[in-house]
Ligand binder design. Structure first.
Ligand code: ADP
Ligand code: MG
Length: 519
């Protein structure tokens, strides 16, 4: 009798071949179908409840997938697609997930027809190349100026629960924010755009502060609460008697000596306030502590000071005012200091909120996001986040394409005509890729209440005639027309990233023929 040979522990679960593939494809499709109803301006929202009862209402693909707590490893890969999309270009997460799901679904049909997985994978890569070509062919001509950026921001925010009025206001704010902090190479460091949220006003009351909004209170109550034309010092040092590198020990033998020691310390504390005051400083931010006695002297000198500010804030104060971050007051000079148009402590919703309005060339901005409730503020913040992502992307490479499914129709068209040139069974995969891309306009149509088949037929006809056609949704009206005329445009980078990351995830899942899970 031959002994059974155990390579894996008994509790290990293993599925191979067709079973593994089917389970992976099904999991991927399930993820895609979970988000597809949220696509586009008429997309619906999801209400998600986490294990501790927290509620999130959102339309944002990446947020939905993140909150869903997905366990299946293949499905997890699609979640990663959405996350990559979010971190790379900030928008297009639903598009990427839907596309990946469709690529899997179409591939399964081919595999069932005995096309080998390798041929499908190769065909998909070939198709990706053609699809990227098609994106290049559809770039909107002309410079991507401020107005174009506003349209990009509006397109990203339509249907995100911010309302039409707010969307217009927010789009302008987002574009101004990006233009304020972009460097000469049109690059933006996202750390320079801060978001500060507070309930108690409508989303349309959201404003752009060319500086920093923060929650710290002044270090002493009797400090001024508002300073105009402020000279600002940003310090990374404790403001108190120097404790010294070596332990000093006083031997005190008389009351006089004690008094002398105390007044020496007192003089040092007063000296700190004097040094700052003589340097002309009106406002001090320190990432370390400011002791109460020093704060009292600063208050006496009419200086507004904030202690223990966060490191990220200290950076922002320096970027907003042009101040240098100092670790010592020795030799402090005017070149180390920054300027701010104003620093004001205001009472908002029962808390002190401080506004630092930087100089005109402030290198940091804050979007002060308002909304009537926490849910509204959160969803507004997500919409703004998407809009920031697209505006940054569109500004950086100056490339935008018509939205509303127009790019996808063009890609599918390009793939179908290009499939003939692809040899062998790979051409079937290229056609399957075209069908998968069609899912985007089809879903937009479905979510807008149109018959998806009719809509696709109309779209293709118009695309053939005019070269550009999308399903343009404007309030209650839905029309097959040129999206550029209705200011519906997406950054080319978002489309490219969605195509690339969806292809990558789908082909990665298709190459798997064995799932071995330790228990
Ligand atoms: P994603 O997470 O992929 O960004 P969205 O729900 O934001 O998903 O939908 C984006 C899609 O909606 C894009 O294809 C975009 O072109 C399209 N879109 C945006 N505004 C409109 C509009 N007014 N009419 C038609 N389509 C639009
Ligand atoms: Mg979007």
């Amino acid at each position: 009798m031959q002994q059974p040979l155990y390579v894996l522990t008994e509790s290990t679960q293993r599925t191979s071949g067709t079973d593994a593939r089917r389970s992976n494809v099904a999991a991927g499709r399930a993820v895609a179908s979970a988000v597809r109803t949220t696509l586009g301006p008429r997309g619906m929202d999801k209400l998600l409840v986490d294990s501790s009862g927290g509620v999130v209402v959102t339309n944002d693909g990446a947020t939905i997938l993140r909150e869903m707590d997905i366990e299946h490893p293949a499905a997890q890969m699609l979640v990663e697609v959405a996350e990559t999309q979010e971190s790379e270009v900030g928008d297009g997460t639903t598009t990427a997930a839907v596309l990946a799901g469709e690529l899997l679904a179409r591939a399964e049909g081919l595999l069932d027809d005995d096309v080998h997985a390798t041929a499908v994978v190769e065909g998909y890569h070939e198709a990706l190349r053609l699809a990227l070509d098609a994106v290049d062919g559809l770039l909107v001509e002309g410079e991507v100026d401020r107005d174009a950026l506003v349209t990009v921001a509006e397109t990203a925010m339509t249907g995100k629960g911010t309302g039409d009025v707010a969307t217009g206001v927010l789009a302008e704010i987002v574009v101004d924010a990006v233009l304020q902090v972009a460097d000469d190479g049109r690059r933006v460091d996202r750390d320079d755009i801060r978001v500060f949220t507070r309930t108690g006003a409508s989303a349309a009351a959201t404003e752009l502060v060319r500086g920093v909004v923060f929650e710290e209170e002044p270090a002493a109550d009797n400090m001024p609460r508002s300073v105009e034309d402020a000279t600002v010092a940003v310090l990374d040092m404790k403001l108190d008697v120097r404790s010294g590198e070596v332990d000093t020990e006083y031997t005190i033998t008389s009351v006089e000596q004690l008094d002398a020691a105390i007044s020496a310390e007192d003089a040092e504390r007063r000296g700190i306030a004097e040094t700052l005051s003589e340097a002309g400083v009106d406002v001090v931010f320190s990432s370390k502590e400011i002791s109460d006695p020093v704060a009292a002297y600063l208050a006496d000198a009419g200086i507004l000071a904030f202690s223990n500010v966060k490191t990220s804030e200290a950076r922002a104060f320096a970027r907003a005012t042009g101040a240098r971050r100092l670790g010592t007051l020795d030799g402090i000079e005017s070149g180390d200091l920054g300027t701010a148009a104003s620093v004001r402590v205001e009472r908002h919703g029962g808390d002190d909120v401080t506004f630092l309005d930087g100089s005109d060339d402030s290198r940091t901005v804050t979007l002060y996001v308002r909304g009537s409730t926490d849910h509204v503020v959160d969803e507004t913040e997500r919409a703004i986040d998407d809009a920031l992502g697209v505006v940054v992307a569109a500004h950086a490479d100056g490339e935008i394409v018509p939205g509303a499914g127009a790019v996808e129709i063009a890609i599918a068209d390009r793939l179908r005509s290009g499939a003939n040139a692809v040899t062998g069974r790979k051409s079937l995969a290229v056609e399957a890729f075209a069908d998968a891309v069609d899912a985007i306009p089809r879903t937009l149509a479905e979510n807008a209440g149109l018959d998806p088949i009719d809509a696709l037929v109309d779209l293709r006809a118009r695309h053939d005639r005019e070269g550009v056609a999308g399903i343009v949704i404007d309030g209650p009206s839905v029309q097959i027309t040129d999206p550029r005329d209705d200011r519906v445009v997406d950054p080319a980078a978002v489309k490219r990233e969605a195509l690339e990351s969806a292809t990558e995830a789908a082909t990665m899942i298709l190459r798997i023929d064995d799932v071995i899970a330790a228990n």
